[in-house]
Design a protein around this ligand. Structure first.
Ligand code: SF4
Ligand code: SF4
Length: 325
């Protein structure tokens, strides 16, 4: 309900037309088997920070394996992004590779999206959340906050969120719920999201109950993506229902039947303003070094080459074979 209401607020005629263009362009591309891009992205992911305060074992930021430069997005960079595609985008995930609360300007950044009536969501481990920051975020018009909490006990939690504290993570949920209530605000919608691992697969109902008791509006469970391949297999749950991969290892379930809709609908932008192929392109390297502005990069030959690969199913990047999106 909260999410629906938040999205409704972001609808404008230009955005609706743009969204229609996304679907029509995608449909025509399938018919012609060549990329036709009629619109700008309706959905964007923006990286406020590349870097984190935790060391999660299947995250390239947490393990320090990410090769690209780390950094914090400047407000000016965000303003440039908004000026170029903000009129057409209706939803932003203000996170990519890193912990958004490490950017001291996060509430200001959310306000900039709110000022342009764009639905804004952040995903955080919550450990840096204080009452003051929660108040600033509620005041900024943030529409959704996703807390990553993966255990009913400290031991289960630390199996994945290395360097964290389960109590501090639950406290963050309580703080956000209390501040929202004290301000009599409708937003942000509070979501607790758990990665299902071998450590917590038997505790999912406990995690759900705790989250709802503390004031979360929704609880979501996510399958684990293995960044390190076989080195991370001990983290996979035993129950096959919770697996993203088949028994043969790092292989995506099902077949790659339709081209990836995200290549027509969603732009992912790193802290320094570079365009990634999608949120699985963690090194922001699939499209090469695009020096043009965002609208040009969105329609660039490099991007269209990968759209074409996705349409014909030949030459898709490796990341697509592990993708469950
Ligand atoms: S909290 Fe998120 S960004 Fe940080 S190390 Fe863990 S998975 Fe990566
Ligand atoms: S990895 Fe491939 S299939 Fe997955 S979202 Fe990216 S482009 Fe689409």
């Amino acid at each position: 309900m909260r999410r629906l209401l938040g999205i409704t607020k972001s609808i404008t005629p230009i955005r609706l037309l743009n969204l229609l263009g996304v679907y029509v362009g995608y449909g025509i591309s399938i018919l012609l088997r060549r990329p036709v891009v009629l619109s700008m992205p309706s959905f964007i992911s923006v990286e406020p920070v590349c870097g984190c305060n935790l060391a999660c074992p299947e995250c390239p930021v947490g393990t320090g394996e990410l090769r690209r430069e780390k950094g914090v997005m400047a407000v000016e960079t965000l303003v440039q992004i908004l000026d170029s595609i903000g009129k057409r985008a209706m939803w932003v995930n203000l996170f990519f590779q890193g912990e958004p609360l490490l950017n001291p300007n996060l509430p200001e950044m959310v306000s900039l999206f709110t000022g342009r009536k764009i639905f804004t969501s952040i995903s955080t481990n919550g450990l840096l959340l204080t009452s003051t920051i929660a108040e600033q975020l509620v005041g900024s018009g943030l529409k959704e906050v996703i807390f990553s909490i993966d255990g009913a006990s400290e031991e289960e939690y630390l199996a994945y969120r290395r360097g964290g504290s389960l109590q501090a993570a639950w406290d963050a949920v309580s703080i956000m719920a209390a501040v929202r209530k004290s301000k009599r605000a409708m937003f942000p919608r509070i979501v607790v999201q758990s990665l299902i691992t071998s450590a917590n697969e038997y505790s999912l109902s406990k995690i759900r109950s705790k989250a709802l008791k503390l004031g979360a509006d929704a609880v979501e469970f996510k399958t684990l993506h293995l960044h390190r391949g076989v080195d991370g297999e001990h983290l996979l749950p035993i129950n096959k229902r919770y697996l993203r991969y088949t028994a043969e290892g790092k292989k995506r379930k099902g077949f790659f039947r339709l081209p990836c809709f995200r290549l027509w609908s969603t732009a992912v932008i790193s802290w320094d303003g570079a365009l990634a192929l999608c949120c699985m392109d963690k090194e922001v390297e699939a499209l090469g070094d695009l020096s043009e502005d965002l609208p040009k990069s969105w329609r660039s030959p490099a991007f269209n080459k990968l759209r074409h690969a996705s349409l014909v199913g030949v030459g898709v990047p490796d990341i697509c074979n592990q993708c469950s999106l």
